[in-house]
Design a protein around this ligand. Structure first.
Ligand code: FES
Length: 156
């Protein structure tokens, strides 16, 4: 077993301990794991099922039910391109295409270096500033294809 697995096992063990191995706290356990790793590693889910004495199928059904959980590794930064109507009429689809080209991935995926996860949303409530690209908690308004490279470069 590698160091990474050992570290994962210890961390999940501490999280299970924190919730006293209470199966009623399954969602909280998964939230803590998601917060720590930005996704739910398969090994962690197995450990949760043993630690809480719940079937793996139940762990998976909770893990797939909530949109906040991811079963695949996520990037350090989450890019949300708004495809809502107000942003769409101002050309957000071109901005999305440019980001996809720059990162070499399609919306819904994560770059190999785990730097960015790219997703789309329908309206983030800042329509007047559209097209909007939200990176983590930061809003980039009036986005254009010309701004894409500098915005991406501003994240490490
Ligand atoms: S449609 Fe993009 S912020 Fe509302």
């Amino acid at each position: 077993m590698g160091d990474e697995n050992k570290e994962l096992e210890e961390t999940v063990g501490q999280i299970l301990e924190k919730y006293r191995h209470d199966k009623g706290m399954l969602v909280s356990v998964l939230q803590d794991i998601q917060a720590k790793y930005r996704y739910l590693p398969k090994e962690a889910l197995k450990q949760v099922c043993q630690g809480l004495l719940v079937p793996l199928s139940q762990v998976y059904s909770v893990a797939t039910f909530f949109k906040a959980f991811s079963l695949l590794p996520r990037g350090r930064h989450l890019i949300n391109v708004c495809l809502g109507t107000a942003c769409h009429v101002r050309g957000t689809d071109k901005v999305l295409e440019k980001i996809e080209r720059e990162l070499g991935i399609n919306a819904g995926s994560t770059t190999k270096d785990l730097k960015f996860t790219l997703e789309t949303v329908n309206c983030v409530g800042a329509c007047a500033l559209g097209p909007i690209v939200k990176v983590d908690e930061e809003y980039h308004g009036e986005m254009s294809t010309d701004k894409v490279v500098s915005v991406l470069k501003s994240y490490t």
